[in-house]
Design a protein around this ligand. Structure first.
Ligand code: NAP
Length: 342
């Protein structure tokens, strides 16, 4: 068993930033990531709102730069899959495919995974025309007709990107307005290769074996129609990757980790940062900010423990849910279902 001051779980922007700050604070730091570090940045073709890059920067380029910065300050990166994690004791224990580790503090920064539609045909056609990553799969659709599901920044931005390859892109969105940033909306609505099916949802995906058509339902009229496409990009947001920690830390109803503003969870010595925690604005820059705060909190925790001070758990009422509860939540799936009742 190798012992560390801090183990960071997840190598997206939150985890990488936490590792930079933790290593610079001279904490013996390990970052565990199952694939190449970078998280969702790795599948972002072009990032134009990360400060310091007026012409934008490619996602993979930013990943490599952040990883190099982590290693420069002496944090160790281990590419491994976690098989079990015990956060409850004074020493946190993590078993992985690369061995067993323990640490005084853990920063949970697992990010999120793509949300599925959950309709017939989706699972069967995954990798055969159903994709969750425009950067990874866009080049396979040169000269083809495709659909994009979603109305957030990812769906709208990636639809423009996909017109580099596809001749025809149809965005299918369940409401009559996009959630995406205004500038992205203007760009998509001005693109002659893109049309939008408003107030519509995909009910079935067909293909034998590759996707050849979708069944789309208009939520206002209830009518169902067939849309012939060669592929469909499901870009409807993410879900937190928290299943493997079970009920050890307090989660909200959607599985996001509750923290206070110092990124502390309900367990002393366990922090969370980035998309995996409950928050209202998920961006690379906000993930980085979380990572820096979490590492600073971890440093203070280690100092307190080493000084023999008793660190109390954060009371449940101090966790962020109480603050977020005041903010109106986005339209939910159940609201949409209600709207479809005839
Ligand atoms: P998102 O903001 O959560 O948007 C998800 C979209 O999918 C929404 O339009 C939502 O509809 C729709 N949707 C959700 N579940 C659905 C379902 N079951 N069926 C049909 N449609 C469904 O996700 P995202 O676009 O991936 O963005 C995630 C985060 O990354 C956001 O904070 C975003 O700002 C950020 N991001 C930023 C950039 C950038 O700044 N350039 C680029 C990409 C992502 P409703 O609108 O009706 O809820």
């Amino acid at each position: 068993m190798t012992n560390y001051d801090t183990i960071i779980v997840g190598g997206g922007p939150a985890g990488l930033t936490a590792a930079i700050y933790s290593a610079r604070a001279r904490l013996n730091t390990l970052l565990i990531e199952k694939t190449y570090p970078g998280g969702l940045m790795m599948i972002s073709e072009h990032i134009e709102n990360y400060p310091g890059f007026p012409s934008g920067v490619s996602g993979p380029e930013l990943c490599v730069a952040m990883k190099d910065q982590v290693e420069k300050f002496g944090a160790k990166i281990e590419m491994a899959e976690i098989s079990s994690i015990d956060l409850t004791g004074t020493n946190k224990l993590i078993s992985t495919t690369a061995g067993d580790f323990s640490a005084k503090t853990v920063i949970l920064a697992m990010g999120a995974k793509p949300r599925r539609l959950g309709v017939p045909g989706e699972k069967e056609c995954q990798g055969r025309g159903v994709s969750y990553c425009a950067t990874c799969d866009g080049p396979f659709f040169k000269g083809k007709k495709i659909a994009v599901v979603g109305g957030g920044d990812t769906a709208v931005e990636d639809s423009c990107y996909l017109t580099k390859f596809a001749d025809d892109v149809t965005i299918i969105h369940r409401r009559d307005k996009f959630r995406a940033a205004k500038m992205l909306q203007e760009r998509v609505l001005a693109n002659p290769r893109i049309q939008v099916l408003w107030d519509s949802v995909v009910e079935e995906i067909h293909g034998n074996p590759d996707v050849d058509r979708l069944i789309v339902r208009n939520l206002m009229t209830g009518s169902r129609s067939e849309l012939k496409v060669d592929g469909v990009f499901v870009l409807i947001g993410q879900e937190p990757d928290t299943e493997f920690i079970g009920s050890q830390v307090i989660l909200d109803d959607f599985g996001y980790i509750l923290t206070d503003t110092e990124m502390r969870t309900n367990i002393p010595g366990v922090f969370a940062a980035g998309d995996v925690r409950q928050k209202t604005f998920r961006q690379i820059v906000t993930a980085c900010a979380d990572g820096a705060i979490a590492a600073n909190s971890a440093e203070k925790y280690v100092e307190a423990v080493e000084a023999g001070e008793l660190v109390a758990a954060v009371p449940e009422t101090g966790l962020i849910q109480d603050i977020i509860g005041e903010i109106p939540s986005p339209i939910s799936d159940s609201t949409i279902l209600d709207a479809t009742k005839e």
